[in-house]
Design a protein around this ligand. Structure first.
Ligand code: ATR
Length: 281
């Protein structure tokens, strides 16, 4: 479909944004459904966030994804914020309804779906989550909402792990402990091990947040990283015959929930996965 005067505009605000895969996902999905919509990226510096929000309203941009570093700070500029986004303290999707800007968080449901996709159940299990930043928060909230039995947050900066674990305990009444990432070796077994740190991400593809021995004690391993598709962390899982999955599914599933908020329906995930695999490798 050609861009014309009826084209509706969508986009991503963040900093930096130039390596984002969201334009590829959404434009492909719009095209596959013959929608006269287009998705682009806006590199917004932190001090320009309030102006950017005003710009979204003034220009009538229909829907926006929000990424690092704006997910938390944007909340104060919005007209309406969904209950779960408020609880998580982060917004990744905006819907512009006739000038009223509404904020949602689709990361949490994106993560839940990516475990469901591979048949991994969460209820009653024990998870170890590596990292204590924004991605860790979304993963921990998802695990808590799905009634996990116990979470251990392991981070290089132990103070951050402590803060997040206290937040999860307080808000979701779930058993949540914390330790230094160097201490995960002492944990004898776990059902689910999730890496939310940036260790192993391109260009540092030889790194892993923990050693093979730790990975071998898990029954299911998830890495939020998707570049590369198979991190060293996931290679350890593969070598030990452990079920594993990469961050592409979280990326696609969170995008699909945003897409539903904007268009009223989901896109065909399999088509999008195929397109991404062609596009990245
Ligand atoms: P995101 O929103 O993607 O989670 P973030 O909030 O910046 O990004 O969090 C990055 C996470 O990766 C943090 O847990 C960080 O650990 P610290 O809190 O100790 O900084 C973790 N991380 C980044 N580089 C790391 C490294 N070299 N070793 C261990 N952890 C690292």
């Amino acid at each position: 479909m050609e861009i014309n005067s009826k084209t509706k505009l969508f986009g991503l605000i963040g900093h930096p944004v130039e390596h984002s895969l969201s334009p590829l996902i959404h434009n492909y999905a719009f095209k596959s459904l013959n929608l006269n919509y287009v998705y682009t990226v806006f590199d917004v510096f932190p001090e320009k966030l309030e102006d950017a929000v005003k710009g979204i309203k003034a220009l009538g941009i229909k829907g926006v994804n929000v990424t690092i570093p704006h997910k938390e700070k944007i909340i104060k500029y919005l007209d309406v914020v969904s209950e779960e986004a408020l609880k998580i303290g982060a917004v990744n999707t905006l819907v512009n309804e006739e000038g009223i800007l509404k904020g949602y968080n689709t990361d949490v449901y994106g993560f839940i779906d990516s475990l469901t996709e591979v048949g991994e159940k969460i209820k009653g299990k024990k998870a170890v989550v590596l990292g204590a930043g924004g991605a860790s928060k979304a993963v921990c909230v998802a695990l808590a909402l799905e009634k996990i039995n116990e979470i251990v947050i392991a981070n290089r900066n132990v103070e951050k792990a402590k803060e997040l674990s206290e937040y999860i305990k307080r808000e979701f009444k779930v058993s949540c402990n914390y330790c230094s990432i160097n201490e995960v070796e002492k944990i004898p077994e776990m059902d689910i091990l999730v890496n939310t740190t940036s260790v192993g991400m391109y260009p540092n593809v030889e790194d892993s947040p923990v050693c093979e021995k730790v990975v071998s004690r898990a029954k299911f391993v998830y890495d939020v990283i998707y570049n590369p598709f198979e991190t060293v962390f996931l290679k350890y899982a593969k070598r030990n015959g452990i079920k594993y999955s990469n961050g592409l599914s979280m990326l696609v599933n969170q995008a699909n929930y945003s897409f539903k908020l904007w268009t009223g329906g989901f896109f065909d995930k399999n088509l999008v996965y195929r397109r991404l695999k062609e596009g990245i490798t």
